[in-house]
Design a protein around this ligand. Structure first.
Ligand code: SF4
Length: 329
């Protein structure tokens, strides 16, 4: 969704910015329905990336700050790449728990297992359950169960996974956000439609919402899962939430907030955008294609961070299905 990649420069958020952001968010964070010390996917506050464990000291500081500020239901998302042995895994998780972190979300899907040996994911789940008890979320559990059933070991190329899953009786039915890099990388596996097929379709989940938004290291207040779009600077969060967003100089945002892809398409056609003859696999695929075009044509501050679009453009060759890996741990 966010075009994350090892080739994206590690522009970590500074501790000063981090404190400023957490200070601004404290008091606005809704705890898990099960309580402040419990976690759930779209409640509380989570640290993510990229991969937050790549900068463990920063993750630890972030946890301490959030705890001092009384932010409830904190958790971290991880790809488990760092879980190379039980000792390191337990030591880091214990440090975070002692600093106030309430739980963890562990990513499990065919796109991670292309890069992360499955044993590391299993280790992370096992040790996390010992450290955080019930506050361990596996996203997505359906994939975890399937991988266990298939007996996956090591890293598994995407094509190999597809073949294995087909032999074992089909694929799991899970929510899949066909947006960001996924919209491009998964195009061969989905049916494409003309742009008109998405006219009138609302954004799912809604574009503007008061739950599960993201705040990045570049200062962007991002609407939910929409990588490459900025509602404004989180440095002006008070102003944004009290006075609203000034759309007079943000025409792209004005179109997106309306959730009407037809008017966005018409807007973009004035900048020379032409509908792709290949079609689109989702409304987000169309939206992204238009935005990639607009980024080239003019400077729209709401299409940020710019690096998101540069990463998308430079990653065609490393998309799932284009590489053969598969070595074991
Ligand atoms: S269509 Fe665009 S604005 Fe709407 S959810 Fe998808 S990426 Fe976000």
């Amino acid at each position: 969704m966010y075009a994350c990649s090892p080739t994206w420069e590690a522009n970590w958020i500074s501790e000063t910015d981090l404190y400023q952001l957490l200070f601004a968010l404290a008091g606005r964070i809704v705890p898990s329905p099960w309580g402040r010390d419990r976690v759930s996917l779209s409640h509380g506050l989570h640290f993510t990336g990229g991969e937050p464990f790549l900068n463990f000291p920063l993750l630890l500081s972030a946890t301490q700050m959030a705890e001092e500020l009384g932010i409830p239901s904190t958790f971290v998302e991880t790809n488990c790449s760092w879980c190379v042995n039980d000792e390191t895994t337990r030591e880091r998780l214990e440090q975070l728990r002692r600093a106030g972190l309430k739980g963890i979300m562990i990513s499990v899907n065919p796109f991670y297992v292309e890069y992360i040996p499955f044993q590391r994911t299993e280790r992370c789940i096992r040790v996390s359950q010992e450290v955080f008890g019930p506050n361990v979320m596996i996203y997505q559990m359906e994939f975890y169960r399937q991988f266990k059933q298939l007996g996956l070991q090591g890293r598994v190329p995407f094509e190999h996974y597809l073949a294995l899953a087909a032999t074992a009786g089909g694929h799991v039915a899970v929510e899949m956000f066909l947006m960001g890099r996924a919209a491009r990388a998964l195009k061969p596996y989905y049916r494409s439609y003309p742009a008109s097929a998405f006219f009138g379709e609302p954004c799912q989940p809604p574009f503007l919402r008061d739950w599960h938004n993201h705040f990045d290291n570049y200062g962007n207040f991002m609407p939910g899962f929409c990588g490459g779009i900025s509602l404004g600077s989180w440095r002006e969060l008070d102003c944004l939430t009290k006075e609203g967003i000034d759309l007079s100089e943000r025409p792209v945002l004005r179109n997106l907030i309306g959730e009407d892809i037809r008017t966005f398409l018409e807007f973009a056609s004035d900048y020379g955008y032409r509908e792709s003859s290949e079609g689109y696999i989702s409304k987000c695929d169309l939206c992204l294609d238009i935005r990639c075009h607009l980024v080239e044509k003019s400077n729209f501050p709401e299409l940020s961070p710019r690096t998101f679009y540069e990463q998308l453009a430079s990653h065609k060759d490393s998309e799932p299905g284009h590489q053969q890996r598969g070595e074991t741990e």
